[in-house]
Ligand binder design. Sequence first.
Ligand code: UDP
Length: 479
Amino acid sequence: MDKNLKLQTLVLHFLNSRLTLPIKPSTPLPNSLMAENRVSMPYTGHLVLFSYPYQGHINPMIQLARTLHSRGFFITIVHTDYNAPHLEPSPGFSIESICLGLSNQEAREMDKVELVLVLNEKCRPPFRALMEDLQSRKGGVPVSCLITDAVMYFTQDLAEELGIKRMAFRTSSSTSTLGFQAIREKGYLDERADTSDELVPDLSPIRFKDLPFVKTKYPDYFSLFISSFTSKSFRASALIFNTSDSLESPALEKIRPQCRGPVYAIGPLNLPSSSSILLEDDKCISWLDTQPPRSVVYTSFGSIAGLDSSQVMEIAWGLANSGRPFLWVVRSDLVNGLNTAGLPSGFMDQVGSCGLVVEWAPQKKVLAHRAVGAFWTHCGWNSTLESICAGVPMACWPQFSDQRVNSRLICHVWGVGAEMRREVERGEVEMVVRRLLEREGEEMRERASELKKVVEKSLGKGGSSYDALESLILQLMSC
Ligand code: UDP
């Protein structure tokens, strides 16, 4: 049996064993959309946007939606009932939810590779029903193009079956896409991929240990996932990246010849709006108002990363011992296997007003605040871009997947971050925080502020991201 067929048979078997819950039919369509859709259209076209249901994917997709809406397109946002964002319909902007029958508990019990396969499989029937409904609604606006997350690879085949154009939107770095490709095509799934300092051939300066490896019980499925999401994104009518040629030109140049359609690097998408799943705690802004300029280290490891309690202990005491003010996002599910983050007892009493812990912060506002001098980050792509847009240097502590590639770009290519060891240790935390906030961090801060200007230029009229967005809009208008 050929390797792909064997993998597909395996994955079907696996999915059958996981999909114990019946797939519920799609939720009834909201009336708001129907009313909106019947209006004869002053719009340039009707775009349906569909994200992978995680914060780091939803945020850039909503930013893209708002950007395209502001350019005259009617937008339908489709999201899953699992991890639904808080969104309001508005004129020219409608929201649809599809029902998956997937509980938070079930999702939590799956590893990340398993989950992405299950989500692709579970989304297919209700998403298909919704698309057929949108296409056939009497008086409705025909869909001109689908824009879906590259990770939701099932939408490529579906779009082809339904005769609708699909563009893929990759919400992470283009360099990480090449990293994924290398893992699969060159078979870098061995131990070396996790530890070696050796440079990956044709991918310098990425080292083997920077490859976007994801720990999984199912390496074959990981390989299948990579091949599905890359090959189907490359086959789409266009591939959109939330990045800029000014940041990642070498990787984009390697991807372009592999794609059937154009590749648009239109980022960083950085509108001030929010699409948080969790409630943002605004009190941190008034706390930041009381801190001196560039004195605070903002610490957050994004929406997915999980830590164990000994890591939380090291982070907590490292921050406290640095003697610098800190704002730390501790999600209620940050600690693996527990429902509470379990800060060390007496920690907040000892820290007093020098530190603030919140469950979820308005991150862009925080990074833009004059009191923030450094960002200790897990290097998720959105966090990376948001920090660059704010000109804030980073302490880099990647956990898995694309975060490792992004960290290498931050520290080695752009020189706006300090790499931290994988094993977190309070002494190192204390040292890195001080280094970034004190005189030693001055040079890095200057580079961060230069990089911010470079990126702003690419977004301004005549810049590469500006031009890419204009070309994307032209293509969308002709769909
Ligand atoms: N974020 C936020 N508040 C927080 C922590 C994160 O709004 O307290 C947002 C952050 O601004 C970013 C997203 O969540 O847009 C996280 O995406 P990223 O790609 O950085 O990491 P992921 O969560 O995908 O690992």
